[in-house]
Design a protein around this ligand. Structure first.
Ligand code: F6R
Length: 616
């Protein structure tokens, strides 16, 4: 939530900042702004409510005097609505200091009272302006931006990443972070700060993690990091493993269209290098030690939204393959009760961004109470993996569209690798069983590539249904979380009422929703499944059709038994039950996207949302 970029070097800063903001806009798009110190040492700012394009057009029409030092911000509003006044940067020290912020300053009311009493006036309703004024005052007293920022961060409570520049110190950007993301981009004769590496990957692949409660000062030729006590620290560096082009739309109509097309690759890359001699080999997990892995008596998966649905799919597989009880909890529900945890509980967090505040806080909570923590994460240098005992990265590549798609299949894949690894180490799977399952997982990307072909058919369906006001989704077993995922995509993208149900639950209430014309997507399990779930789901279809529902079945190739009962059948390739969700979700991802497009909505940036939810 909120994207932040900072630059010092030799390039024109406005271009660097706008380029960085363009790649960070998925983090929030209520307003955008920049501040630069020009060649004469004057601070200039420009900011506008609305999407980044408004700011970019304005700067093209009336350029800002440029220089080589600046900061930029794209906002997801928390304190104060999305107006020009509330857009960042905010100013201090009589307009000589500019500051941007991601997060929430919880004690801002108290600090604001203090500042009002000492004669300051406020120009916005934000909590951020408090920090700008405080750092401005501290600069007057110290004459140094790093010292000023250090004084102030120790007075702030809550979550924040702050970046500031001051006209009297051109060539310097100071950043600070507590519970919000910030990464350093290391260049030659230039340095960068960003909410994530997308902010600067066009210019450098070398990056440095900045830890919790640390402050960084970048100049063209130096990067200095200290903790909030002022003691120097030497954070680890890492290489960004993807190119700027991976975060570009290319020829696609939307990032979402591009990212759905990358689902096969997301699965393939997440498996790549993690299979040895036909068995799963996850050194990130085995490094915990065989004793520890054998002593785990419970797995608790914590995540939010789509990542939680991936966790629900993972639950079925881990329990089956490793024979360990698995629970899945929404991260925000988890830590506000007193969950029972022990050193033998493995808490697995799942997060695409690695910054979701609810998930981060849940991980910290679990760790403080002695549980072992493992994160499944898609973003290098993110906070959640750093706060965990171990990390299994998904290699889906940067996900820019706000609605998660390719990360979902990569997350499921990672939970499967984890389940297989645990099953192998604990002897719950024989090598032959494990090899068979691994081979099936490895076959998924090719099958997924064929499912992408359903896109055109789904587009037709979506156009036909553009006025639909409610859609239901039914699934069973691993199909149930996929039904939830299909419904979430419709809510967030097409803004229509959608619900996912476990098919078996239908008769316990939801069937009352069925009236003539109600559209219901049904995930039909394979008829080859020995547990006869297929016939149970077909019975469910008959029950709802008898009441007028219009059924769109997602069923495997060759399942003719479903034909008489469905109005439409979308085919997926044959796979055994655990691998069906990876295939069946693709038509649902397409459907959310196409229905939103048919309604003329912005597929990549749905209203009220931001990709990375870094506030609670
Ligand atoms: C839905 C979606 C969200 C995220 C959720 C968790 O399409 O994208 O529900 O899945 O906010 O985000 P991460 O995975 O970044 O923790």
């Amino acid at each position: 939530m909120c994207g932040i970029v900072g630059y010092v070097g030799t390039r024109g800063s406005v271009d660097v900042l706008l380029g960085g903001l363009k790649r960070l806009e998925y983090r929030g798009y209520d307003s955008a702004g920049v501040a630069v110190i020009d060649a004469d040492g004057h601070l200039g700012t420009r900011k506008h409510a609305g999407k980044l394009g408004i700011l970019t057009d304005d700067l093209a029409a009336a350029p800002l005097a440029d220089g080589h030092t600046g900061i930029g911000h794209t906002r997801w509003a928390t304190h104060g609505g999305p107006t020009d006044e509330n857009a960042h940067p905010h100013l201090g020290d009589d307009g000589k200091l500019a500051l941007i912020h991601n997060g929430i300053i919880e004690n801002f009311a108290e600090l604001k009272g203090e500042l009002l009493a000492s004669g300051h006036t406020f120009h916005s309703e934000t909590d951020t302006e408090v920090a700008a004024l405080l750092v401005g005052d501290a600069f007057r007293a110290t004459g140094d931006l790093t010292a000023a920022m250090l004084q102030v961060v120790n007075r702030l409570e809550g979550a924040f990443t702050l970046l500031a520049v001051h006209a009297d110190q051109p060539g310097v950007v100071v950043g600070a972070r507590r519970n919000s993301p910030l990464v350093i981009g290391l260049g030659e004769g230039e340095n960068f700060l960003g909410s994530d590496v997308a902010a600067f990957v066009e210019y450098t692949h070398r990056a440095m993690e900045i830890g919790q409660d640390q402050l960084v000062t970048i100049r063209p030729d130096s990067v200095e990091v200290v903790d909030f006590g002022g003691a120097p620290v030497a954070p680890p560096t890492f290489e960004v493993d993807w190119d700027a082009s991976a975060a570009e739309k290319g020829g696609w109509s939307s990032f979402m269209a591009k990212e759905i097309s990358e689902e096969p690759e997301a699965v393939a890359k997440t498996i790549l290098g993690r299979v040895t001699d036909g068995l799963v080999d996850l050194p990130e997990v085995t490094a915990l030690g065989p004793e520890v892995l054998r002593s785990i008596d419970r797995v608790l998966i914590i995540a939010c939204g789509t990542a939680a649905y991936a966790g629900m799919v993972g639950k079925y597989a881990i329990e089956q393959w490793a024979r360990i009880p698995v629970d899945v909890e929404l991260a925000h529900e988890f830590r506000y009760r007193e969950p029972v945890l022990s050193p033998n509980t493995l808490v697995v967090s799942i997060s695409q961004s690695g910054e979701t505040m609810d998930t981060l806080m849940a991980v910290k909570y679990a760790r403080e109470r002695g549980a072992r923590t493992l994160s499944i994460c898609n973003t290098q240098g993110a906070t959640i993996p750093r706060e965990s005992d171990a990390v299994v990265y998904t290699h889906a590549g940067p996900e820019v569209a706000v609605a998660s798609t390719k990360a979902f299949v990569a997350q499921i894949t990672a939970t499967y690798l984890l389940g297989l690894q645990l099953g192998q180490v604990r002897g719950a799977l024989t090598d032959d069983e494990a090899r068979g399952l691994v081979a099936e997982l490895q076959a998924v990307p090719e099958k997924l590539a064929t499912v992408l072909g359903v896109g055109d058919r789904i587009k037709e369906l979506a156009h036909w249904m553009a006025d639909t006001r409610s859609v239901l989704f039914l699934g069973r077993h691993v199909g149930y979380p996929v039904a939830l995922e299909g419904a979430l995509k419709l809510k967030e993208l097409a803004y229509i009422h959608a619900e996912g149900f476990a098919a078996g639950e239908l008769k316990h209430g939801p069937i009352a929703l069925i009236e003539p014309g109600q559209v219901v997507f049904v995930l039909v399990p394979s008829p080859r499944d020995p547990r006869s779930l297929h016939s149970k789901v077909v019975s469910n279809i008959q029950e709802i059709r008898a009441r007028g529902a219009r059924v769109i079945a997602i069923a495997e190739e060759g399942d003719v038994a479903v034909l008489p009962h469905a109005d439409e059948v979308i085919r997926i390739p044959l796979a055994s039950p655990f691998f069906e969700p990876l295939l069946a979700v693709v038509p649902l991802h397409y459907f959310g996207m196409e229905l939103a497009s048919a309604k003329g909505l912005d597929v990549d940036q749905p209203r009220n949302l931001a990709k990375s939810v870094t506030v609670e």
